[in-house]
Design a binder for this molecule. Structure first.
Ligand code: G3H
Ligand code: 13P
Ligand code: ZN
Length: 306
């Protein structure tokens, strides 16, 4: 079926108090894992491509993701994750994306608002909806490390002004999560009070970046097969469930897919040293990622919402 816009899918989720998974893809196996799990769970989903993914996979990746997403029997939007410029967002819209993120969260509010508004005007004219961000997450963004002390929680009054003046459709908020596999010591503290404050002022769907759970069994599989991932920590499922009841409608996951892919590939290469058929290596990795997506769709509450 035709792709839906991000807002078509996310507005229903915010109203119905369930969360929609936005999963990052870089290749065919990840894309199939996301879409097959969404279809089996009868769940809407967003398939996200970062600029790094686009650089890696080029037109073959973009065309495959859009083609496969259109074949799905559940609502799907193809989304640009962390778009860095107007030009990048416009290029993705021309390629057929139905949702774009313009991320000028590292700029001051004035520049962020003006740059976001430019993208919104063009995107809306072409029937595409827009995510923006205000506040700053910690962790790794587009390979730039944002130190803990540089992370700034989103302020509710700024968020309200920013959304009014920019016209963006959904808003990424900094509320204690961070990108990558090291989200803090122990269970990262999620500022639920801040989500509630923002949601009280804004009817828009809110977005949680850096939401991966970093499952302990995958870290163990990765490390016990020669990997070196220290002090790994993710967002607790209960925090994600609670955040969804508070106004979070889009939940981003990349790390969990990368980790499960790499853990399974490591395990196969270590346990079966004669194996050199890519299908026997990537096939089980695809199954593991599909299971991760399926489990998360249940946590988000989007199962049977298609
Ligand atoms: O938030 C960033 C996503 O995990 C994408 O990462 O830019 O390395 O593709 P990437
Ligand atoms: P994770 O690193 O927690 O998977 O977050 C991914 C993300 O926010 C993509 O935009
Ligand atoms: Zn992100």
């Amino acid at each position: 079926m035709a792709l839906e816009t991000g807002l078509d899918i996310l507005a229903k989720a915010r109203a119905g108090q369930y969360g929609i998974g936005a999963f990052n893809t870089n290749n065919m196996e990840i894309t199939q894992a996301i879409l097959e799990a969404a279809e089996e769970k009868r769940s809407p989903v967003l398939v996200s491509l970062s600029e790094g993914a686009i650089k890696y996979g080029g037109r073959p990746l973009i065309d495959m993701v859009i083609h496969e997403s259109k074949q799905a029997s559940v609502p799907v939007s193809v989304h640009l994750d962390h778009g860095s410029s107007y030009e990048s967002c416009l290029q993705c819209i021309r390629w057929g994306f139905t949702s774009v993120m313009i991320d000028k969260s590292h700029e001051d509010e004035d520049v962020n608002t003006k740059e976001t508004a430019r993208v919104v005007e063009a995107a809306h004219a072409m029937g595409v909806t827009v995510e923006a961000e205000i506040g700053r997450l910690g962790g790794v963004e587009e390979h730039v490390v944002v130190a803990e002390e540089d992370a700034i929680l989103t302020k509710a009054d700024e968020a309200e002004r920013f959304m009014t003046n920019s016209g963006a459709d959904y808003l990424a908020v900094a509320i204690g999560t961070s990108h990558g596999a090291n989200k803090g010591k122990g269970r990262p503290f999620i500022h639920h009070d801040r989500i509630l404050e923002i949601a009280a002022l804004l009817p828009h769907p809110l977005v949680m970046h850096g939401a991966s759970g970093v499952p302990a069994e995958m870290v163990e599989k990765f490390n016990s097969n020669g990997g070196e991932l220290k002090d790994a920590s993710g967002i607790h499922e209960d925090d994600v469930r609670k955040a969804v009841t508070e106004g979070i409608a889009k939940i981003n996951t990349d790390t969990d897919l990368r980790l499960s892919f790499s853990a399974v590939v490591r395990e196969i290469l270590v346990n079966d040293p004669k194996q050199f058929d890519p299908r026997k290596i990537l096939g089980p990795a695809r199954e593991a990622m599909k299971q991760i997506v399926a489990d998360r769709l249940d946590v988000f509450g989007s199962t049977n919402k298609a």
